[in-house]
Design a protein around this ligand. Sequence first.
Ligand code: SF4
Ligand code: SF4
Length: 241
Amino acid sequence: MSGISTTNVPLWLTEWLAEQQITLWGAADLRDFSTPRDATGQGFPFALSVAIPMNPQIMVTIQNGPNQAYADEYTRVNNCINALSETLAAEIKAGGSRAQALAASERTDTVNIKGDFPHKTAATRAGLGWIGRHCQLISRPFGSWLRLGTVFTDLELPCGPPIERNFCGSCTRCVEACPAKALTGKAWYPGLPREEILSVRTCDQWKKKHYLQYHKGHNCGICSAACPYGLKVLTKKSAHY
Ligand code: SF4
Ligand code: SF4
């Protein structure tokens, strides 16, 4: 399933994504955003956003905290995304357009605990899903049991439509499940600052204090494991990872 109509998407691209077994992807119009710049100092007007599902059988085991299987799965999917994003950027460049991959889980700003650009912003603008009360992207097919890759480009593609609202309803399961009390419970809408949803510092400190053995305190996942949109994946026969 793709977040966009395949009309006018270059055939090579749809074939390439299908070969990689990418079933959830889309293009985002980022002309209203400040993107990272390439070596010539130019930003990018568009991005391709791709989602790789995490193994739901592992995700369901971390409701009380992360474990080694989750840490290993996290590494596997991040490595997969990084390799895929670099190859996709190279393919786009080979066709004559500019492209640049955004690394998965790379904190280039350690003071504010963030990367060069939020993968989640590209994903919501591409129509892949919305941001839940746990501050992660939720997609219909995989819930938030996924990781995101982003490739910036100037290759013109049919974009979006962006997701402009959340579908959490009155649910607050993730907020209640968070042992650090790092989630405010506020419901997302486009443009809401991350800090209004999540105290990233409280979350980070909790992970470093309690789960340092997993990627130096980078993993937790309790809030994601509690989310009913993820739990639904377990009952879907079509779940693939
Ligand atoms: S990752 Fe863990 S500490 Fe951070 S918000 Fe989610 S449940 Fe809370
Ligand atoms: S657990 Fe509930 S409130 Fe939290 S992200 Fe999932 S649906 Fe939204």
